[in-house]
Structures are given as structure tokens and as C-alpha cells.
Ligand binder design. Structure first.
Ligand code: SF4
Length: 370
């Protein structure tokens, strides 16, 4: 029997996808959505294999100088008890990840750019390198920083950097952030460029289902990733937080299940558009569906971030509400994720950094140009 001729299959047969093609993929529902996700899974197997790579997540500090309208950690939210992990707590989490053969870490925090913070991260990176024999991939997710700071952290051992653009539409960006120099869309794009220039594996991402956001915006987000040659992506459904200004628009939001399904379509369409990148199954997926991260993996994701943050801090690191797993310690997180991943027929890439196959080190590109 021939292959079903559907709108999605017609798009999937094309060599180059336009914005309209991506809109078709993102609008897919029912059988059409299934076809899209099956193709994404097939492309994942062909290009990056069936391994899921662990990135041990350390939520280093919830102190933030910014005031993003969607985020529970925004500096104007006085209901949050602020913390910064002690060095020994960070290094204990690192030792745990190293001993459990995670092979990669993510250090995430609110955005702080003081010299003391910059130097503290540098010192931690150097200590992590010593403890782990420089064998682990280290992702930083510490917001916009100067090019010098990014270079300093790169030199100290960081290998990847995650800076979510949140939306590639500058007008929408203005609506979900304060309108000032600290929340400047162009600066965020420029920082992504600096990450490439300082030779990081560059990561970004967006939220799906924001108020005022359209399907065309989401299609443009995917093209933005492609045009900026991004190596790794983390996308999640927008989940509102009652202590944020954006909460006032909750009545105009699409249902949570819609945002969840659209995120799955975004992951699958991105895998079709950029088959060799790394895509994370975000924790926010599990906030909507208990099997959300597994579904993201089946739709094309290949990275997951078991939480290593000490349990006492987890309840204070809530960018959105109903975040799952905040009562668990690192070992419970690991065993739970391990079981979930094996159940869907994937392997865990223990002992492998699982670097993005899309990433080409700057030095190589320089040599190629010579
Ligand atoms: S999204 Fe990031 S930069 Fe913005 S307020 Fe939250 S923690 Fe700070």
C-alpha cells in the first residue's frame, strides 16, 4: 500500500522547509501529528541515535537582576526566599554526577553580572575541572554576560551555553519583558553571536503558548534557530506563574494541553529541520503530563536534565508554578528518569558527553577557511 498522501507527508517530502511548511507541521493534529512525530523519531535515530544523554542540573542561585514578566524568579517578586548554593554543595552535586557517570552538568542561575559572581563561577569551573579530570561537558545557563566574561568562563572549562531567546519576535519580546536596556532583544541576539565567537556549543530555546504568540511566531522561532546555527535547544510550554505580571493575561491563553501538544510538534518539526542538533525534553513538559518528558523524547528530543539541586532549595527555584520533582533528591530523580527512559526503548548515554553533532569548533572552521 502506498504512503498516505497527507498535508504533513507532502511537507515532509520537501528538501527545504519554508515558514508556511513549518506552520503546516505545527498545526498538525491526530494522525497528521503522529506522522510528523514518527518522522522526527526516525530522523533522530538516523542522525543522533537512540541514546538519551543526562545533564545533571544544578540550580545554583535564584538571585536575579532581571524582571522578566513571565518568571517567578524576577527580582520584583518579594515572595521568593533567595539563595545561592555554597561551594561545597555545588561540588558535592558535581561529585555525585561524576560518580554516576552523567558526563555532563548544567549550572543554571538567575542573571547576575557582578565581578564577584563572575569570579565565583570561574573558580567553581576550575574546581569542577580538577574533580572530574576535565572529562565532563559543562553547560552554563547564566543569562546575558559580556563577551569577556563568556570567554573567561570558556577558558575555565565551560563547553556549552544555554541562552533562551524565549521568542524570536522582537515585538512579542517587548510585551513579555520590561522595556529597558537590561531586557533588550538585540543584546540577547548579540550574546548568542558572542557564544559562537567564543566557541561554545550554543543553546537557545523558546516558550510555547505565550499570550499574544501566534503559530507564525513559532514557525519563525524554528527558522531563527536554523539561521543562527544553534547546536542545542530547550523548548517548553509556557506555564503561568501567579506572582508575575503576565498572569493578568491568563484568560487569553490556550489550554495547557494545547500548549503541550504544540511543544511536541515544535520538537518534532525542529528535529526535521535540524536533524543533528541536541534537543532537551524539558521538565515543564512533565508539569502538564506525567509522561511529558518521555513523549518529548519519542517526538525527537535526546537530552534530559536530572535535577541535582539539594532538595531544600528546589521549592525556591520556580520559574513557573506546579514544577514537578521539587520534593526529590538527586538519587530519586535519577532512578525515576532511568526507568522512564528504558520503558520507552531508549538507552542512556552513561559516560558519554553526548556533545551536539551539529557543533563545529571555531578553530576547525578557521582552518577550513584558510
Ligand atoms: S527568566 Fe531568567 S533572567 Fe528573567 S527573571 Fe527569570 S531568572 Fe531572571
Amino acid at each position: 500500500m502506498g504512503r498516505l498522501k497527507t498535508m504533513v507527508n507532502t511537507v515532509l517530502d520537501k528538501a527545504i522547509l519554508t515558514k508556511n511548511d513549518l506552520v503546516t507541521l505545527l498545526n498538525a493534529e491526530g494522525t497528521e501529528a503522529l506522522l510528523l512525530r514518527q518522522r522526527a523519531e526516525q530522523l533522530k535515530m538516523q542522525n543522533v541515535g537512540n541514546k538519551v544523554y543526562f545533564r545533571g542540573l544544578i540550580e545554583y542561585s535564584n538571585i536575579c537582576a532581571k524582571n522578566c514578566y513571565y518568571c517567578g524568579l524576577r527580582c520584583a517578586n518579594t515572595a521568593v526566599v533567595r539563595y545561592q548554593m555554597r561551594d561545597e554543595e555545588v561540588l558535592d552535586a558535581v561529585r555525585y554526577a561524576y560518580n554516576e557517570r552523567y558526563a555532563s552538568l548544567v549550572i543554571q542561575s538567575g542573571e547576575i553580572s557582578t565581578p564577584a559572581f563572575v569570579d565565583k563561577i570561574t573558580a567553581l569551573l576550575l574546581q569542577i575541572g580538577e574533580i572530574t579530570n576535565h572529562s565532563m561537558g559543562i553547560t552554563l545557563s547564566l543569562g546575558e554576560q559580556s563577551k569577556e566574561t563568556l570567554q573567561q568562563w570558556r577558558n575555565a572549562g565551560a563547553t556549552r551555553y544555554l541562552l533562551r531567546i524565549e521568542t524570536s519576535n522582537p515585538d512579542l519580546y517587548c510585551k513579555i519583558h520590561p522595556n529597558n536596556a537590561l531586557h533588550d532583544f538585540e543584546n540577547r541576539v548579540k550574546t548568542l553571536q558572542w557564544l559562537r565567537e567564543t566557541d561554545y556549543q550554543t543553546g537557545s530555546g523558546v516558550m510555547v503558548g505565550l499570550p499574544f504568540q501566534t503559530i507564525e511566531d513559532l514557525a519563525n522561532d524554528l527558522l531563527f534557530f536554523k539561521n543562527h546555527d544553534i547546536d542545542m535547544i530547550g523548548m517548553g510550554p509556557y506555564i503561568e506563574h501567579s506572582q508575575t505580571p503576565l498572569y493578568q493575561y491568563r484568560d487569553m491563553l490556550m489550554p495547557l494541553l494545547w500548549r503541550f501538544e504544540k511543544t511536541l510538534n515544535m520538537i518534532a518539526a525542529l528535529r526535521v529541520l535540524m536533524p543533528d542538533i541536541n534537543i532537551a525534553a524539558s521538565t515543564a513538559m512533565q508539569a502538564i503530563d506525567p509522561a511529558g518528558r518521555e513523549k518529548a523524547i519519542i517526538a525527537g528530543a535526546n537530552v534530559i536534565m536530572p535535577n541535582l539541586t539539594p532538595q531544600k532549595y528546589r521549592g525556591e527555584y520556580l520559574l513557573y508554578e506546579n514544577k514537578p520533582c521539587i520534593d526529590e533528591e538527586a538519587d530519586q530523580c535519577k532512578r525515576c528518569l532511568e526507568r522512564r527512559i528504558l520503558m520507552i526503548g531508549h538507552q542512556i548515554g552513561y559516560g558519554e558527553t553526548g556533545d551536539s553533532k551539529h557543533y563545529v569548533p571555531e578553530v576547525s572552521s578557521a582552518l577550513i577557511q584558510v
